[in-house]
Design a protein around this ligand. Structure first.
Ligand code: DGY
Length: 429
């Protein structure tokens, strides 16, 4: 397929996954609105319909909880093809039935991008309408995912990281007691090869964490205090820090001085706090279990987001470039979601090895901003080759380029349109 054909296919995927203002990640496997999926999808729509891009994010924020949280799934209608649905979550925090936790907060970054690339003259007004909601969401993250004020954000469920079965969660997840769950039937493995999905032992614990949070009524302070899983995540932390920098730019553009001061305080605090994620043996930022204080021993693709978060001091950048080159020599396509030199690496099992287009996009952006155009371009051309070889899959083998997980995937299509497509590169030049 030519690049022009791929551009057309990508646009068609977004249009066909559109449910009337919001987009499903892919039909069947994920039939609802997912938080960070939608936000990346907005970047894809923005390449041909800016109004529709805004609508995607506005509809996501319609589901914001009273306490400020923006849920990871909005169940706008019941769909029996997905498990666990709204009844299992048992939440009551917002105006739309939803899951009970959040997902990486990329929204402020993408909203800033929409403002910067606006062709309608209306973007700042739309950003202004969402600004208080963004502030409340960021405040919620700081209050309930960093209750001890360490300057790093934790997740209360592997799903909150967006990287469900990442090896980083293994130890903390195994420590979760399996209890208070009803017999259940998974639906994901009826849509996708089970070898590409998490194991049943993982699902038993995913549901046990939900049961524990349900038992405290999803009260965010109680969840932070008692949740059996509470792990500081470099992914959410770096994405939040980056988003806070973009929120600050929006605050300045909108003349929100008090909020700008508040955000500056968050940024300064998190720049220091990020040191808590540093693993001195690996020379990289990794996850650590907030309950046990133990760091993980592997490098995930999100370790490479430090420059994206604005943490590009010489020590961090040089050591990341070393890891990048080591990994690039080991697999054909960067960036595997987990270090291929780690024993837990599995090239086709969801977040234990496969390459994800939107992660590559974020890493490349950070590297380019830190002055490393060569590695940024390798990430882009690897992503383009993956799509050219296997289409708009959910994720890809870093070894063979085989597509895996769901097909006709919205955020893969969006990232192609906004960044990976050679047509886009030519237009941007
Ligand atoms: C799933 O159902 O696999 C999702 O990743 C949860 O967000």
């Amino acid at each position: 397929m030519s690049n022009a054909d791929l551009d057309n296919t990508a646009r068609t995927i977004l249009i066909e996954n559109d449910q009337g203002g919001y987009t499903v990640p892919t039909k069947g496997l994920y039939p609802y609105q997912w938080n960070w999926d939608s936000v990346f999808v907005a970047l894809g729509f923005a390449t041909f319909d800016q109004d529709r891009a805004w609508r995607e994010i506005e509809m996501l924020f319609e589901g914001q909880w009273r306490d400020g949280m923006v849920p990871h799934i909005l169940f706008r209608k019941d769909d029996p093809s997905y498990f666990p649905g709204p009844k299992v979550w048992g939440t009551d925090g917002g105006p739309i039935p939803s899951s009970g936790h959040s997902q990486p907060p990329v929204a402020a970054t993408v909203i800033r991008d929409l403002v910067d690339t606006d062709r309608s003259g209306k973007a700042l007004e739309r950003a202004g309408a969402l600004f208080p909601q963004l502030m409340n969401w960021h405040r919620w993250y700081l209050a309930y995912r960093d209750p001890d004020n360490l300057g790093v954000l934790a997740i209360i469920h592997p799903w909150e990281s967006g990287r469900d079965n990442l090896p980083d969660w293994d130890d903390a997840l195994r420590a979760v007691e399996v209890k208070d769950i009803e017999p259940y039937e998974r639906k994901d493995t009826s849509h996708v090869d089970p070898a590409m999905r998490p194991h049943k032992e993982d699902y038993d614990r995913y549901l046990s964490i939900m049961a524990a949070c349900r038992s405290v009524g999803w009260d965010p302070a109680e969840v932070a205090r008692t949740c059996p899983f509470f792990v500081a995540d470099p992914g959410v932390t770096f994405i939040f820090l980056r988003a806070s920098r973009d929120l600050l730019v929006l605050a300045d553009k909108l003349g929100k001085e008090a909020e700008a001061d508040e955000i500056r305080g968050w940024i300064a605090h998190m720049e220091k706090g990020a040191k808590n994620l540093w693993n001195g043996d690996l020379h990289a930022h990794v996850a650590f279990d907030r309950r046990t204080g133990k760091h993980t021993d592997g490098i995930s693709s999100m370790s490479f987001l430090a420059p994206y978060a604005g943490l590009a001091d010489a020590k961090t950048l040089t050591s990341l470039q070393g890891h990048f080159d080591r990994i690039a020599a080991k697999v054909r396509y960067t960036m595997p979601s987990y270090d291929p030199d780690h024993p837990s690496f599995e090239p086709l099992r969801y977040w234990r090895g496969p390459v994800w287009a939107m992660v590559n996009y974020m890493i490349a952006r950070g590297f380019a901003e830190a002055g490393d155009a060569i590695r940024a371009e390798k990430l882009r051309s690897d992503t383009a080759q993956l799509v050219e070889t296997s289409g708009f899959a959910e994720y890809f083998s870093p070894e063979t380029a085989a597509g895996a997980g769901g097909g006709t995937f919205s955020w893969t299509a969006a990232i192609w349109l906004t960044w990976a497509s050679p047509t886009h590169v030519k237009q941007a030049a």
